[in-house]
Design a protein around this ligand. Structure first.
Ligand SMILES: *[C@@H]1O[C@H](CO)[C@@H](O)[C@H](O)[C@H]1NC(C)=O
Length: 291
């Protein structure tokens, strides 16, 4: 990674201090809204919101369907901060920039990060509109040396060689499953492995076949770097993928995916996702960090 891309501890601290001076909210939970899932932030009460462009040191989002706002507020008595729009590698951001907000959240006192994304499914038992609780991920860019933790390690955040086993909190996953059962969502909820690819193009048929063979359930262009950085600094992680399309795996298949259809499915499930996330947050015991 180029040295001008290195961000130092004081840079995160400056942004965190600025935010703390602008809002009374002291969030324990951060929610990252994926493509078309920005409405998750609408459920927050007593909102303070900041455009990314107005936050010192913050990167800027460029994707359609991503609002580019940081929203603080109250969700069923729990203080949250919500990213309406995230940063992607394919926008040209370095991975330090993509994950910049995560370390800022850590410095704000956040203990739990909820990541959401829109993803394509490779698992034949999945349907469009299914919600996949992320059990684990494959960080494909990481295989090629594209990792947000590259460069000198910042010990104040975490260790040089952080473990990634069990990174998606088992207790929160179980809790989410229970909520889905209670709410009648069980028939369209899955649990599976998310794989990150760089994008911005969707997968070729041969690439889709490869991912399928590897046992990937859903594929998308985000999430893994944020989760790696959250895990590095000891935050608890919960992740959801909304299945917005089935990845084309056969040369006989004439369908193809586009960003508009992705946004359409997001809209269809927006209320369900909002209910699930709200209920999950309300059931979290965020004081002693054991849900
Ligand atoms: C697909 O999803 C089902 C249901 O969650 C799961 O049992 C199965 O292991 C997954 N993978 C494949 C390759 O079918």
């Amino acid at each position: 990674m180029h040295s001008k891309d290195q961000i130092c501890y004081e840079d995160y601290q400056q942004t965190a201090d600025w935010l703390l001076s602008q809002t009374q909210h002291r969030p324990k939970v951060a929610i990252i809204c994926g493509s078309g899932l920005g409405m998750l932030a609408d459920a927050l009460k007593c909102q303070d919101s900041f455009k990314y462009a107005d936050i010192p040191g913050f990167p800027q989002s460029t994707v359609q369907g991503h609002a580019g706002k940081l929203v603080f507020g109250d969700l069923k008595g729990k203080t949250c901060v919500c990213m309406q729009g995230r940063f992607h590698m394919y926008e040209g951001h370095s991975l330090c920039k993509v994950t910049f907000p995560i370390r800022v959240f850590k410095l704000l006192g956040v203990e739990t990060v909820i990541v959401t994304n829109a993803a394509g499914s490779l698992n034949d038992t999945y349907h469009c509109g299914d919600i996949m609780i992320i059990k684990d991920h494959i960080n494909f860019p990481g295989f090629a040396g594209l990792n947000p933790l590259n460069g000198p390690n910042e010990e104040r955040f975490g260790p040089r060689f952080p473990p990634m086993s069990g990174i998606y909190d088992k207790h929160l996953r179980q809790m989410a499953f229970d909520i889905c059962k209670t709410m009648g969502f069980a028939q369209f909820v899955q649990e599976g492995v998310y794989c990150m690819v760089g994008g911005p193009n969707f997968e070729s048929i041969a690439e889709a076949g490869l991912l399928h063979k590897l046992g990937v359930d859903a594929v998308g262009m985000s999430t893994a770097p944020e989760v790696v950085v959250a895990g590095h600094c000891g935050m608890r992680v919960f992740g959801l993928s909304l299945i917005t399309n089935k990845v084309v795996k056969s040369y006989e298949d004439t369908e193809s995916v586009n960003h508009e259809s992705v946004l359409e499915v997001s809209k269809m499930r927006s209320e369900t996702l909002q209910t699930l996330v709200t209920e999950l947050v309300s059931r979290m015991d965020i004081n002693n960090n054991t849900a």
